[in-house]
Structures are given as C-alpha cells and as structure tokens.
Write a protein that binds this ligand. Structure first.
Ligand code: ADP
Ligand code: MG
Length: 698
C-alpha cells in the first residue's frame, strides 16, 4: 500500500489527492507518512495568558478578538487574542495591510515571543501559527505534544489544516504501519541508540512526549545522513578507481615570478596552505579543499597562487565571488599581483551583452587564463576550453549539487572553496563529505586587533564626534545600516534618508558616499573604487559591504541596529576594519531595549574577535530554539531532520556505516551507474528514503 496513491487512504478522495500532489508534493501513501510536522506544540513552552510575565519568552494561543490599526505618528496593527484566562496583543509595525488581512477575528492563532507591557500585555512582532481550532490547545493542556503541519490556503480550504493532516496521517498509519520494514539491523540500531523505522514514523506524527519527537528526528536524520554519505563514499571510490595514480606536472615559472614580485612576505600559514594546494594539484585525483581563514587573513593571495598552478598545467581558472563588488575587487587584486602575460577578464552581469559574449568566447577559445565573476554569471554563461580550477570565495552554502553542476564544466576541475566563516566540522562533512581543510589561523604580522564597543542609541552624537575625529586624522569610516532584504522599500528609504542627513547635517565638511545593493553595478563599483582610493571619507552602506571588501585605511565601522544582524554577519562586517597597521574600532549602536537573543549576540561579538569561537557560538545560539523545530537546523546543508549543532556523532556513524556499505559494491559498472544516477541509491538502501537527499544529489 505504501507505493499507492494517497487517494486510497481513508478520508482522501480524488479531489484531496490532487490538491495534496499540487500543493505539497504528496503523491503516494509513503509521501504522506514522510510529510513531517513543521513544528510541535509542547506543553513545556506553552502558557495560559494569565500566567505570562513581562520579560518571559513564551508561546500562547487564543482566539482573535480584534485586529485594529492604532497609533498616531507611527501606525501599528494590534491583534488581540483571548484564551479562557485573559487577553494579550500581538503588535506589528510593518506589513500592516497584509497582517490585517490574515488575522481574522474568530480564528485561532499561536503567538511566540517576548512579553512586554505597554498599556496592555503584548508581544512585538510575535512568531505566529494558525491553529485549526481550540482543540489543539485543549490537547496541549492534556499534556500531549501536538504536531503542526505546513499547509496552504487551498489545502486549508479542503479541510487539510493541521487537524486534517493529523486525521489522514492517522488513517494512513493504521492502514500500513506494518508494511514499513527497517533496512537497518537491530544490532546497529542498538549500538547507535536509534529507534526502529516504524516507530520513528509513528513518533514523528504522534509523539507522547517531546523526547519521542526527538527520537523520531534522530532516526530519520540518520537515514538521510546515511544516504548522503553513501553517495559520497561511492563517488570517492569511483574517482580513485578511474584516475589511477598518474601525477600531473606543474610548471612553476609563473608562480615563481609572482612570489618574487609580492610586495610583502607570505605569512607561514599562507605559505603552508599554498604548499598543500600545490601537492593536491599535482595529484591525479581532483583537489577538494576548503581554505578557511578569518577575515583579513589573506586568502586572496593563496587563491592567486592556486590559479598560477593551474596555469602551470596549461589550464584555466574560474574565480567566483558572491557579489559584483567583490568580483571587481578580486579583479583589481589579481591584476596588481599577477606576473605579466597572464590573461584575465572580469565578467559580471552588468556588462553590456556584447562584452559578455566576447569574454565567454575568449574563455571557450582558451584566450583567457583566469575569468573572475559572480557565481551566477560564470555558472550560467561560460564554458571553458580547459577549466582546471574553480575558486569559490565566501560561499559556504555551496552544496553537493551545485558542485556537481560546476564539475560538468570541466573534466573534474580542482576545487578551492574559501570562507571566513569557519565551517563546523559537522557541516563540512555533511556538505562535502571529503573536504580537506587548510586554515589560515594567523593574520599578517602588523595587524592590531579591532576594539569592539556597544552603545545605546542615545549616545549617537558622541559617536559621530569620534567619527569626525578619526576622519580628521585621515582615516576612513564605514557606517552600516541594516537593509535585510535589498528589496525592502522602507528600509531603502531609511538608508537613503540617513545618508542624506549624515552628508548634509552631521558631516557637511566630509565626503560621504552611499553604497547599497539596488545601485546599478557600475555605480556600486565606482563608489567602492572611490572609497578604496581615499576619495570618500565616510561610506554609508548596507551589508553589500559585508563580504571581503578590503580597504586598509578604513579603521572605524559604526553598525546601526546590530540587533538586526546575525552573529556571523556581524563578524564579517567587522572584518572590513582592522586590515592595516592602525588601531581599528567597531562600534555597535543599538536601541535601548532589545530582545535577549540580540543582546547575547552583541555580547558575543564584543567579547571575542576569534572567528572560530564566533562560528561555534552562532551555531549554538541558532540551534537552541524554544520550540522543537524540525527543519530549522539542517537547512544549511539542505537536510530535513539533521541538527548540525547536535548530531555530530550521528554524522560520523552514518559516514562509517556508509563507507562500509560502499566498499561492498563489487563491480565497477554498478559503481559508476550508481554515482551517475543518484535516484537509484534510494532503491539500493531499501526502505531508507529521503526525497530531500536524492534531489540534493541529482
Ligand atoms: P581575506 O582573507 O579576508 O579575504 P584578503 O585576501 O582580502 O583577506 O587580504 C587582506 C589584506 O591583507 C589585503 O590588503 C592583502 O593584500 C593583505 N595581505 C595578504 N597577505 C599579506 C601578508 N602576508 N602580509 C601583509 N599583508 C597581506
Ligand atoms: Mg576575501
């Protein structure tokens, strides 16, 4: 029955089946059983409204009594909910028309967030979930853990809200739980402390306790990790067997010329990384290396050396940066340091079409040695005559599938991924399976550590005065404004307002520039060039400046609303200063009253400048949610059930198990077929199924 259409489950007819397929990708009964709850409602985090206290972070639920637009100057929407004990308001400042539409009186809704008190008990910008009716709340109050499912307007219209899903899944389970076979043997499960697959599926939907839900998650996580690792293990074997042991020779003339011409001595860490890369690139098996080094540790120079090794094998290099600003900067750095005769081009989306085409055909004719550009442009626009190396800068969410797509561009080119955000080992293993790591733990010698300070907004005038002082000493300053999504019109207006005010009123005697993602690329590039050349004193900017920008004379960064940035992002931003010999400062200017989590992030960033420590703290803080959220944690790796912060051991055992199974594949033909056709591995590891992993690999 598992393979049959969901239509045959009690309570689902042809109409609902069609909706399930189109709205949720659920076609078979098995699909339905694997349709995992988005989150669970758990009594331990749930409160009656009357029991809430100011300052607590809680989840409350109730019926919407009223949704009213209020406020004189700044309007806001106040959504009042009631339970049997009292009432509370959810307050929304942005998106009022949208929220006004969705919060309809009479509906049941769940609010999560921090309680504060302003005329009434309220939560500002709560996270919210719609409930089908009061019975979910009644269920929690009887001590059960209640699963909530992702649904849609159309599904809800057909009765498939969370309650509807619980009902049909119950029916499906009753009909075929006996058919679910566990592909793993009992001994292994016991050794790993995992529950059986049928049990996991049952607890996924109907856990008695939060622990049950977590046991289900762990078991399903093992399944997806095992599949992923199995595929990676097969690929590694195939590669070893195909390539044999012949070495590739590198002519180092170009590299030697570059090393002689460098205006500084390489740090020991840089020299060591370059050495490791060179040894990788001489081997027959393609390099798969991650170069991690904190902001300012000098990764670009290392990638340049790698490009020259590729050149020394008669091959081309593609350098991919996440933004145009950064691609342009790499282009400048490369041009400044490359020995004469090396042919490079900068390829960005904003070039006139004819120029883009000219560069692409030059790459195809091997008239270019190095092409630098943004990921999108190179991935979509260029084919190379002999692509030997791909350098990917500042992009650690670069998954297995993108990698495969890229590799189609060359006969398995070498890969060098660079990142300032150290990848926790769990993520590296999950994403890449077999990535070698070089670390630049040391920064160029003359660097002075950045001093980081946090101030409430009321001190902003003092802060501008010290900005003025540093500018008068010849230094340059970044003022960073949050523009979370570059498309948010309101934010953009506020960035432009702030810019105008700073330029006209606060720093009338200074040259103030503005940089944000909505500017045409040519303008962005011009502003960055002016700033790099010292022709702009104060650069008002959004996070487009986050990654990689290198202006050693900029020694002060003021970050407004740091509470709106993530930890890794704050660290990245801060890395834009402290790149020269002068003492640098990073100043965080936050509203007086901010949520606890934001406060913790700010404390963490003030407390340490160590990127490795920050990455760990980031994973820890993000991993600790008050609600058990299934999908939040493994997302970075594209996984559904895995929590990278907690599942390190699971990852390692899945990997070991997968290695053993991959070694059992006897003939080369089967091996090659499985690697080429990832969808097949699902069938091989019978009963272990993960649509997510299969699509990740395909
Ligand atoms: P990141 O690792 O953040 O990408 P960059 O490659 O942009 O760092 O390098 C930061 C700055 O340090 C650049 O101005 C670069 O020229 C300089 N730099 C790199 N290596 C050295 C070195 N060994 N000695 C002195 N300066 C260096
Ligand atoms: Mg960089």
């Amino acid at each position: 029955m598992l393979e049959q259409s969901v239509q045959f489950v009690k309570g689902i007819g042809p109409t609902k089946a069609a909706l399930l397929a189109s709205q949720a990708g659920i076609e078979t009964v098995e699909d339905l059983l694997y349709h995992s709850p988005r989150r669970y409602l758990d009594r331990s985090t749930f409160k009656r409204i009357a029991d809430c206290r100011t300052g607590e972070t809680v989840t409350v639920g109730g019926r919407i009594a009223d949704a009213a637009i209020m406020g004189r100057g700044r309007k806001f929407l106040s959504v009042t909910i009631e339970d049997e004990s009292g009432s509370l308001a959810g307050v929304f400042f942005g998106g009022i028309p949208y929220f006004k539409k969705i919060f309809r009186p009479g509906e049941y809704v769940l609010f999560s967030g921090k309680i504060d008190f302003f005329r009434t008990m309220q939560i500002v910008h709560p996270e919210f979930d719609f409930l089908d009716d009061e019975s979910s709340i009644a269920n929690i109050n009887t001590g059960r853990v209640v699963p909530l499912y992702r649904s849609s307007e159309k599904l809800r219209g057909a009765g498939l809200d969370s309650r509807g899903f619980r009902r049909i899944i119950r029916n499906a389970l009753d009909a075929c739980i006996g058919e679910i076979a566990d592909p793993l043997d009992a001994g292994l499960l016991e050794r790993l402390g995992l529950i059986s697959l049928p049990e996991a599926i049952r607890f996924l939907h109907f856990p008695d306790t939060a622990q049950d839900a977590d046991r289900a998650r762990r078991r399903l996580s093992f399944n997806e990790l095992f599949l992923l690792q199995y595929y990676l293990a097969l690929s590694r074997r195939l590669l070893r067997e195909e390539r044999g042991a012949s070495a590739r020779a590198i002519d180092t003339a170009a590299f030697d010329a570059f090393a002689r011409g460098l205006p500084f001595a390489l740090t020991d860490a840089q020299a060591a990384a370059i050495d490791e890369i060179r040894r990788d690139m001489e081997r027959s098996v393609p390099m798969n290396r991650l170069l991690q080094g904190d902001v300012g540790s000098g990764k670009t120079v290392v990638s340049l050396a790698a490009a020259l090794f590729a050149l020394g094998r008669g091959e081309q290099t593609a350098v991919m940066a996440p933004t145009e600003v950064l691609a342009a900067q790499h282009d400048r750095t490369f041009r400044a340091l490359l020995p004469p005769g090396v042919r490079t081009a900068l390829l960005t989306g904003s070039l006139p079409r004819a120029e883009k085409r000219a560069i692409a055909s030059a790459a195809a004719a091997h008239e270019l040695d190095i092409v630098i550009g943004t990921h999108a442009v190179i991935q979509n626009g260029v084919s190379f005559a002999r692509l030997g190396l791909i350098v990917i800068d500042e992009q650690h969410r670069f998954g297995v599938n993108q990698r495969a797509a890229l590799r189609d561009k060359g006969a398995l080119p070498d890969l060098l991924v660079m990142t300032a955000t150290p990848i926790p080992r769990s993520l590296a293993l999950t994403l890449y399976g077999d990535l070698e790591v070089s670390s630049l733990r040391e920064k160029p010698a003359e660097r002075v550590p950045v001093t980081t300070l946090a101030f409430p907004e009321e001190r902003v005038a003092d802060i501008y005065r010290s900005v003025e002082k540093y500018v008068s000493q010849g230094r340059q300053v970044f003022i960073v404004l949050p523009l979370i999504a570059e498309s948010e019109k309101m934010d953009l207006a506020s960035a432009e307002d702030t810019y105008a005010r700073l330029r006209d009123t606060v720093f009338p005697a200074r040259r103030v520039g503005l940089l944000h993602g909505r500017l045409p690329a040519a303008e962005k590039d011009a502003v960055m060039r002016d700033f790099a050349a010292g022709a702009v004193d104060i650069l008002v900017t959004t996070t487009v400046v986050e990654v990689g920008v290198d202006v050693p004379n900029a020694t002060v960064m003021v970050i407004m609303h740091p509470e709106r940035f993530g930890l890794a992002q704050l660290h990245q931003l801060r890395g834009r200063v402290g790149r020269g010999a002068h003492q640098s400062f990073c100043i965080l200017v936050h509203p007086a009253d901010i949520p606890d989590e934001s406060r913790r992030r700010i404390d963490a960033i003030v407390g340490t400048d160590d990127g490795f420590a920050i990455a760990e703290e980031d994973l820890r803080q993000r991993g600790a949610g008050e609600v058990i959220g299934l999908r939040q944690h493994g997302h970075d790796a594209g996984l559904e059930f895995t929590d990278l912060a907690r599942d390190m051991e699971l990852i390692l055992s899945a990997r070991a198990e997968a290695e053993a199974r991959a070694a059992e594949v006897a003939d080369a033909e089967t091996l090659a077929a499985r690697v080429r056709e990832p969808a097949q591995i699902g069938g091989i590891a019978r009963g272990i199924r993960s649509k997510r992993v299969i699509s990740l690999l395909s």
